[in-house]
Design a protein around this ligand. Structure first.
Ligand SMILES: [Zn+2]
Ligand SMILES: [Zn+2]
Length: 765
């Protein structure tokens, strides 16, 4: 029987070769009709045999093109009209914008083969791409996604490219960034003032300079990298000096997976992650026999290193010619600002950091840093979710609210989130929002999300902290405001990912978040669902002299914990032995502050407990970058994988809250250190102890509430050792464990939790 159906497909379906796929599929099945992109996605009408239409719809759902993600598919019957062929028709801008713009993807194998083929007309063309690969999110100005609405609009296609673009049988059919050496962007190499450097070939010149030990600013997909030869100790030291970055590890890019396996310990799952088209930086343990290809200065004092594989044609060409097999590739910025992405801005900000610029004239509309991931507790997890992943959405449990919500996140590791029709779209990583450039990026990201999704938010969700720039921004928007407690939002991000409502036991460990009692929280046990929470336990509070400033000085927190564990008198003696970096005068100031209670907020922070442990292990007495001490403590633990010792600590109860006694764990470290136990062993035992005590707390809560699902979130769960330990122990004791796998556990994922809580509260209101 002849039938006709209209099929509407939503999701990542534009700019990923969906229409040519539909065209080929319809022709193979002998169907007539047409397909076009509209602002809602892809719209198709097909006419033909009943069974063929059925097969057609199944194929759309089950075997779409590799880069497409079908989120919704709707089919309705129509009257047959008796067409004679299948055709692709012009895009329309009708309908509401429902399209999901694809993230940016690494150059595909077909394009790579052409890039390296001397007979191909795109041989050595640094901007080669097709419907299966290349820039997307970073070049788009508006939807629907077509060339006129991208930064490629400035380049007129030559007749040959135009013919490929118009041919439904071609891999570049409607590949919006299609170009060639004739008609595409141009590569150039310049000095730090933007003056072209005379040479035959900018790529060769760049390689020559890298080999000579220079530092290059290289324009990539989402912004600039600063690059140098990773084996060149002097070059790496110089990069550190110029970036004013003393110890924070640099990521490296290796020529191949085989080379990556000589730099790091890479199991099968990690290898797949490295080679995925999203090409994140993957954090791995350094190879025990790591040789001279990576100088010690690249990731000093750290057992782990971030590795990525080449993902743009420019990267592949750099490695094709160069002798260095490993390059340092660090974000083109100074300290923790967001990455530079516009040419003028790059010269201004990186002019004093780079010796030369490998640059081009394709604009980057939206900056995106590299995503950072790791494999922990058996799954790939985000530490930073950005290029290759933004702005792919998270599906909320159900359409909890008819109102669309903007969630503004917290302050560090900013990322905004906008909901539309039950999907939560999280922006790229924005950096620390106390930096002006990051704050500008925040505004641009919110504006881009609203425009791309065609959403005007009806409510805004923010943190409880009254002084965060994001909170003040939210309160200035003249929209209904939903303020969400920081640690509740972390746990809600896990619930949102899992499509769950709760209630669950939430374990939320991080550095700092504003508690509903005005105190500094950071080691919290909550009983919560999406709508609300009740605090049932915490790491025992300690005074934190100097408040926030303590985060920079683990030695001070170490001393405070010594006082808690041993009393003031003995603490002074112990500090002289175990905290040599802390002057007696500084100790007296702390004693005085605690005695008088001046500028001494009470803190339950897990992050500060890690700081204290790192300082008392003699590993780190000052945090020169965010979370340095905890990262070094974890790094040390990873050198003792078979260490199962722990320090016993007895839970107590105060004012209806279970207290996890951090000071008792610290006492264990001190006793070990005094008897000469190596720091790395103490580091492992500290992790084991915290995991064990936290699990005991969960058991106590289960006994009180009957709840047996635990959600783990907060920046401390970026710590793979702690996550694996807790996950394993909880499962052994019969808990179901939920963790973040779609957004980072830290503040980069918190806007998702805020949005989910707000959606739930507004739907109940
Ligand atoms: Zn391609
Ligand atoms: Zn061309």
């Amino acid at each position: 029987m002849i039938r006709r159906a209209r099929v509407e497909v939503q999701g990542v379906v534009q700019g990923v070769g969906f229409r040519p796929f539909v065209y080929g599929l319809a022709n193979r099945l002998g169907l007539v009709g047409h397909v076009f992109n509209d602002a809602a996605g892809v719209s198709i009408e097909v006419e033909g045999e009943d069974s063929s239409i059925e097969a057609f719809v199944h194929a759309l759902r089950d075997i779409p093109p590799p880069m497409a993600r079908v989120q919704a598919l709707r089919s309705v019957d129509m009257e047959p009209v008796g067409e004679t062929r299948f055709s692709i028709v012009e895009s329309t801008t009708r309908g509401t914008a429902r399209v999901v713009v694809s993230p940016d993807l690494a150059v595909c194998p077909d394009c790579l083969a052409e890039l390296q083929d001397p007979k191909n007309r795109r041989h050595g063309h640094a901007f080669i791409n097709c419907t299966n690969c290349g820039p997307r999110y970073t070049i788009i100005e508006n939807v629907p996604y077509d060339r006129a609405r991208t930064t490629m609009a400035e380049f007129d296609m030559c007749p040959q490219c135009g013919a490929e673009y118009a041919d439904p049988g071609n891999r570049r059919f409607h590949a919006e960034a299609t170009c060639c050496p004739e008609c595409g962007p141009r590569l150039d190499i310049t000095d730090p003032h933007g003056r072209s450097i005379a040479c035959d070939d900018p790529m060769r010149e760049a390689v020559r300079r890298l080999e000579a030990g220079q530092i290059l600013a290289i324009k990539g997909i989402g912004g600039f990298h600063l690059a140098c030869d990773a084996s060149n100790k002097r070059a790496v030291q110089e990069l550190r000096r110029r970036k004013r970055r003393d110890l924070k590890p640099f990521a490296v890019m290796t020529v191949s997976l085989a080379e990556a396996m000589r730099v790091g310990v890479i199991a099968a799952e990690t290898g797949r992650l490295l080679e995925s088209p999203e090409r994140p930086i993957v954090l791995v343990r350094k190879h025990p026999r790591l040789g001279e290809q990576v100088a010690g200065e690249v990731a000093p004092r750290n057992a782990r290193i971030g590795i990525m594989l080449p993902y743009t044609p420019i990267h592949h060409m750099l490695f094709a010619d160069s002798t260095p097999r490993v390059l340092v590739m660090t974000s083109g910025n100074a300290s923790d600002e967001s990455i530079a992405h516009e040419n003028d801005d790059a010269y201004k900000r990186l002019g004093e950091l780079a010796d030369a610029f490998l640059i081009h004239d394709r604009r980057i509309r939206t900056r995106t840093d590299d995503s950072v991931m790791q494999v922990a507790a058996g799954a790939p997890r985000y530490l930073r979710r950005s290029r290759g992943h933004a702005p792919f959405p998270v599906t909320l449990n159900r359409d909890t609210s008819a109102q669309e919500i903007l969630a503004v996140g917290a302050e560090l590791n900013g990322a905004a989130c906008l909901t539309r029709a039950g999907q939560a779209y999280i922006s790229h990583h924005l950096g620390d929002l106390d930096h002006l450039a990051a704050w500008e990026a925040f505004h641009q990201a919110v504006e881009t999300l609203c425009r791309m999704l065609d959403v005007i938010p009806a409510a805004v969700a923010c943190d409880l902290h009254p002084a965060y720039a994001t909170t003040r921004h939210a309160r200035g928007l003249s929209l209904p405001v939903v303020a969400v407690q920081h640690h509740h939002a972390h746990i809600a991000s896990v619930l949102a990912e899992a499509g769950r409502d709760g209630p669950v036991i939430g374990v939320s460990f991080d550095g700092y978040g504003w508690g509903d009692d005005g105190n500094a929280w950071g080691g919290e046990f909550l009983v919560c669902d999406l709508a609300d929470y009740r605090r049932v336990g915490c790491i025992a509070p300690v005074p934190l002299p100097g408040g926030d400033a303590a985060a920079k000085r683990p030695a001070r927190t170490g001393y405070v914990m010594l006082r808690e564990a041993f009393g003031a008198e003995e603490a002074a003696l112990l500090a002289a032995r175990l905290l040599p970096g802390l002057a007696a005068e500084e100790r007296r100031v702390i004693d005085d502050m605690i005695k008088k209670g001046v500028n001494c907020p009470s803190s339950t922070s897990a992050g500060r407990l890690f700081d204290a442990a790192a300082a008392l292990c003699g590993l780190c007495d000052a945090n020169l970058y965010h979370a340095q001490a905890p990262m070094e403590l974890e790094g040390a633990a990873w050198t003792q994988e078979n260490e199962h010792g722990y320090y016993a600590a007895e839970l107590s109860e105060r004012g209806g809250l279970i207290h996890l006694p951090g000071a008792e764990i610290i006492r264990g470290i001190v006793n070990d250190r005094l008897t000469g136990v190596p720091a790395a062993v103490c580091a492992a035992r500290f992790h084991n102890s915290l995991a064990r005590s936290a699990v005991e707390t969960c058991i106590a809560i289960r006994n009180n509430t009957g709840l047996s699902t635990v959600a783990l979130s907060g920046g401390v769960f970026a710590n793979a050792w702690l996550l694996e330990q807790m996950n394993g122990m909880l499962e052994e004791r019969g808990f179901e464990v939920l963790t973040n796998t779609v957004v980072p556990p830290g503040d980069g994922g918190i806007s998702l939790g805020q949005a989910a809580v707000a959606a739930r509260r507004l739907s109940c209101a």
